[in-house]
Design a protein around this ligand. Structure first.
Ligand code: NAD
Ligand code: UDP
Length: 336
């Protein structure tokens, strides 16, 4: 019989890709999401890619009774769980909302996992839990000092999972990532945008498709090769593959052993904003209009990580080139 995975908040950007990856790897997924930052078109596209639709339940994780009905209905083996609200800047304006949504919804989930003896979980943490004074490349041993309510919610969660592992026998893996971009190679699923994007690549593609006039490059005086900010951009399909390997790692643990560990999921390679523009222009053969602006408040100059641990212990490596990822994204934009 197929293993059944509960994918919380699975209609979102990353988790819709995870649903596809797990289904294609032979697992059965059940999605729950309140559609706060997604819509049902993603469900249609998941169906188009797979040729069938996994079960979906529209519910809010903060509603424990409804969530319990899901636990009664399915015999879950495993949970993939992803914080719902994810905008660091917004979290500074609405900290209570972030704690309420991200932490209290999760506590309901953990309680039910405990009650129904479903103790394997992969959690999407974030590189934003690392202190911004760490010098890249970031390793898993670098200091964690969250600086926004969003990052705090992730950090607290990691700690809760560590304790649930030690004291309640959970097996948990935290995957820390930062700049996932792009979309599925089918060109069908992509980050849901109902507003002007904050992130670099969605913004560039809006400019290329004529929806926004030009890109503002935030900061040209950083101590980097060309003065612009450097990030480690990871293809979303590679990213979700790390979750499949994390799942396999946890599944391989036999007996009554608890487990808790954290892994960085990045490529290990930094790309500056101007380099990113250059690669996009080469791949899509179009000019990206941009102008140089002051630094964006809160931005760090450089962030990329060391990927040795995940390569050695989970056998994961980022495989998709930046060029290929851009090609995939462009396919999506051409369909709009
Ligand atoms: P997303 O906003 O696209 O997806 C999250 C989903 O959660 C949405 O579909 C939303 O409707 C749903 N949701 C929110 N609150 C809910 C609740 N209370 N009950 C049920 N559903 C709820 O986000 P994403 O980009 O797919 O990110 C997924 C995870 O990855 C998040 O934990 C995020 O913090 C983490 N992450 C994302 C990035 C990034 O740049 N995208 C970077 C690092 C970490
Ligand atoms: N960036 C930019 N213009 C934009 C959006 C982002 O110049 O419209 C820069 C930003 O200053 C940073 C890099 O692109 O150096 C990545 O920004 P993004 O918001 O995508 O990721 P984050 O800063 O959260 O890592």
């Amino acid at each position: 019989m197929k293993k059944i995975l509960l994918i919380t908040w699975g209609m979102g950007y990353i988790w819709s890709h995870a649903v596809v990856a797990f289904e294609q790897a032979g697992y059965r997924t059940v999605i729950v999401d309140n559609l706060y930052n997604s819509d049902l078109s993603t469900y249609e596209w998941i169906g188009n890619i797979l040729w069938y639709k996994p079960d979906f339940h529209e519910l809010d994780l903060r509603n424990k009774n409804e969530l319990e009905e899901i636990f009664k209905k399915y015999d879950f083996d495993w949970v993939l769980h992803f914080a719902g609200l994810k905008a660091p800047f917004e979290s500074q304006e609405k900290p209570v909302l972030y704690f309420q949504n991200n932490i209290s919804g999760s506590l309901n989930l953990f309680e039910l996992m405990n009650t129904y003896d479903v103790k394997n979980i992969v959690f999407s943490s974030s590189a934003s839990t690392y202190s911004t004074v760490n010098v890249p490349p970031i390793t898993e041993k670098c200091n964690q000092v969250p600086e926004t309510p969003y990052a705090t919610s992730k950090f607290v969660w990691e700690k809760i999972l560590e304790d649930l592992s030690k004291f309640s026998g959970f097996r948990s893996i935290n995957l820390r990532y930062f700049n996932p971009v792009w979309c599925h190679p089918s060109g069908h699923i992509w980050e849901y945008l109902d507003d002007i994007p904050n992130n670099l690549f969605p913004y560039i593609f809006q400019v290329l498709s004529g929806r926004l006039p030009s890109l503002k490059v935030f900061g040209s005086d950083y101590d980097t090769l060309d003065g612009t900010g450097v990030r480690d951009y990871i293809d979303v399909v590679d990213l979700v593959d790390a979750h499949v390997l994390a799942y396999k790692k946890l599944s391989g643990i036999t007996g009554n052993f608890w487990f808790n560990d954290s892994f960085n999921v990045w490529t290990g390679k930094g790309t500056s904003v101007l380099q990113a523009i250059d690669v996009v222009e080469t791949v899509v053969w179009k000019k990206v209009e941009y102008s140089m602006m002051d630094r964006r408040p809160g931005d760090i100059p450089v962030s990329y990580c060391n990927t040795n641990k995940i390569q050695i212990e989970l056998g994961w490596k980022s495989l998709t080139s930046l060029e290929q990822s851009i090609q995939n994204s462009w396919k999506f934009y051409n369909k709009q």
